[in-house]
Write a protein that binds this ligand. Structure first.
Ligand SMILES: Nc1ncnc2c1ncn2[C@@H]1O[C@H](COP(=O)(O)OP(=O)(O)OP(=O)(O)O)[C@@H](O)[C@H]1O
Ligand SMILES: [Mg+2]
Length: 335
């Protein structure tokens, strides 16, 4: 059981969907020594949020993720998901609870010899309590959600890496989980495909309200997708903060994230100014000295839908003169 002190370390356990209380996990090394991969770690993840787990290689990120669905059982401590104390469960009860927790991996882990549709149907068939028509409907819904309805009869080898990862997301979502755990889901993808995949994850979070925990070593992924971030070091949680307030973080990773945020803000500002100038130039070209409103009226920047947990943040630059009521210019802040 956690001590009261441990609980006060966590953020608002009252509305946490995932709650780790003083969990520890060690492994026996080949030479017989014990290695502490996760040490006395407490963490709360709120319903509906996207939390990034970052840290150096070997910091314990994957182990923490696997503690959440009890793929690794903690030596000590308690894991609670959606009000169920998973560490108190075993056998069929644990398997049922795990239906509420989907997971995707760096290498997609699809069944090579099964079609896309059969891959997505797999966890439902395994569960054994779905009728055939229910499975078909659910598979179709999940493939539509990730934009792969036309690939249902394909095999994984016929798909790109990004498409395979979207199949893995569809498969993870098929049992309608409350939680999606992602272990380096973009590490095998190129930059463009990474952006598309992050947009899919943000969409899943926004449309289904699925709580996402994502392990990544790419700070740009955190910056694009996550609202909050937790930093691990040598198996301990050393800090957590809102991504928007990365500047308040102390660790080198937090400082690096803050630096990225500043660069992104500057780039957005420069994009907006360029767009405003271009719009004014376009309008000013043939209007002579008639005072027609420049197209900067109500200039609105829209970060990608994936930004900040899928929420649509609108930033208005009130550069509009009072006499101007011209058309709006939409500018994508992320190009
Ligand atoms: N089954 C195991 N047996 C022995 N040691 C393990 C086992 N699983 C993990 N470890 C060790 O625990 C530590 C944490 O591993 P983990 O995979 O959680 O790290 P990570 O932060 O995900 O690293 P990476 O970024 O490289 O994936 C590592 O030092 C690893 O070698
Ligand atoms: Mg890992």
């Amino acid at each position: 059981m956690p001590s009261p002190d441990d609980l006060t370390m966590t953020t608002s356990p009252a509305n946490a969907l995932i709650q780790l209380d003083s969990v520890s996990r060690s492994f026996r090394l080949p030479d017989g020594r014990r290695f502490d991969a996760v040490r006395d770690l407490s963490l709360s993840v709120h319903a509906g949020e996207i939390l990034g787990l970052i840290g150096k290689s070997g910091a314990g990120k994957s182990t923490v993720l696997r503690l959440i669905n009890l793929l690794e059982r903690p030596d000590q401590g308690r894991v609670t998901v959606a009000g169920q104390v998973l560490t108190d469960l075993s056998g069929a009860a644990l398997r049922r609870a795990r239906q509420g927790i989907g997971m995707i991996f760096q290498q997609f882990n699809l069944l090579r010899n099964a079609t896309v549709a059969d891959n997505v149907a797999f966890p439902l068939r395994l569960h054994g309590e779905y009728r055939r028509d229910q499975i078909e409907t659910r598979v179709a819904d999940c493939l539509a959600l990730v934009g792969l309805s036309d690939k249902a009869t394909h095999h994984p080898a016929q798909l790109s890496g990004g498409q395979q990862q979207r199949v893995a997301i569809a498969r993870a979502l098929a049992p309608r989980p409350a939680v999606l755990l992602c272990d380096e889901p973009t590490s095998a993808l190129d930059a463009e495909t990474t952006r598309e995949l992050l947009a899919t994850l943000a969409d899943v979070n926004a449309r289904l309200g699925v709580t996402v925990v994502i392990v990544t070593h790419e700070l740009s992924v955190v910056q694009t997708l996550c609202r909050r971030v937790a930093v691990l070091d040598h198996g301990r949680l050393i800090e957590q903060f809102d991504v928007a307030e990365a500047g308040a973080g102390q660790s080198p990773l937090a400082r690096e994230l803050a630096r990225l945020q500043r660069h992104a803000a500057l780039a957005r500002q420069a994009d907006l100014e360029d767009a405003a100038l271009a719009a004014e130039a376009a309008h000013g070209a043939d209007i002579g000295d008639r005072r027609i409103a420049p197209a900067t009226a109500g200039l609105t920047a829209q970060p990608s839908p994936s930004a900040q947990g899928g929420a649509q943040h609108e930033r208005s630059l009130h550069t509009t003169p009072a006499w101007a009521h011209a058309s709006r210019v939409e500018v994508s802040a992320h190009g």
